[in-house]
Write a protein that binds this ligand. Structure first.
Ligand SMILES: [Zn+2]
Ligand SMILES: [Zn+2]
Length: 268
């Protein structure tokens, strides 16, 4: 069974495909379970944050309502990726109120001062080091606040560091990452294996093996595989590499979420 628990559709500000297009490609590729995790960034983004999510929501709900009868070959889970929920707690509570998601991803896309990490120039080693320290501190706060099922793309800022770092690793920040992994275990929040690096410059899944091993050693059980694609091109991409990474790090299953409940699927 192949799944992809991190897909952006045309209801994300930076996504293109309709749900029908996503399902068609998922079926062609034998991806049996998908989660549509459109963006809701909770901080002031200048027009593409949670207000954009609310504006698209009626059409999104309508599209979901018509999906299952149209395409019984793919199980489509109703997800969301909430960015920086811990920096706007009241707004995030309002978003969660009365909405029944299958799966809620939590992520950090912005530094505490509002800087969009994706737009940072990363012009010097000092800027990069300062960003990582702020980023991991923010992630720890997010996980300690909880209220979501899985923490997305631990090494997200690396996406923008092609040619700017000598090694594609966050191992030098192991002392900042360890408390995050401990908090994930304590909060029973899953760790995402994000496969975007397989179709980006990193050429590996995120996180690195040592992170997966340490999460497992601390008692972490829940690991969710997702491509983070924003087009139909990468649906299911990197699933095999993610499964292989999990196996060599000692996991024998991965996790999907239905109605916010974890379901373990054997890796074989
Ligand atoms: Zn994200
Ligand atoms: Zn995403």
């Amino acid at each position: 069974m192949i799944c992809d628990m991190h897909i952006h559709s045309c209801y994300s500000f930076d996504g293109t495909p309709t749900l029908e297009e996503i399902c068609t490609v998922a079926m062609e590729r034998g991806v049996g379970i998908i989660a549509i995790t459109d963006h809701a960034d909770m901080v002031d983004t200048g027009g593409y944050g949670v207000d954009a999510y609310y504006a698209a929501e009626p059409a999104r709900l309508e599209a979901f309502a018509h999906l299952q009868p149209w395409n019984p070959g793919v199980e489509v889970l109703y997800g969301i990726e909430i960015g920086n929920g811990h920096d706007a707690k009241v707004a995030t509570e309002k978003l969660m109120e009365g909405r029944e998601f299958d799966y809620v991803l939590g992520s950090v896309h912005f530094l505490p001062d509002g800087t969009d990490i994706y737009k940072m120039p990363f012009a010097s080693p000092e800027e990069i080091d300062g960003m990582w320290r702020e980023y991991f501190a923010s992630v720890l706060r997010l996980v300690n606040e909880g209220g979501f099922d899985c923490f997305a793309h631990l090494d997200y800022p690396l996406r923008k560091m092609e040619g700017k770092v000598s090694a594609c690793t966050v191992e030098q920040y192991a002392d900042l990452i360890d408390p995050i992994l401990q908090a994930l275990v304590k909060q029973q929040i899953a760790l995402e294996v994000n496969t975007r690096g397989m179709y980006d410059w990193q050429q590996r899944v995120c996180p690195e093996d040592w992170v997966l091993r340490r999460y497992r050693e601390l008692g972490g059980k829940y690991v969710v595989i997702g491509s983070d694609t924003h087009t139909v091109d990468y649906i299911g991409t990197g699933f095999a590499e993610a499964a292989a990474a999990l196996k060599r790090c000692g996991f024998d299953s991965y996790t999907i979420y239905r109605k916010r409940q974890p379901v373990q699927i054997p890796l074989d």
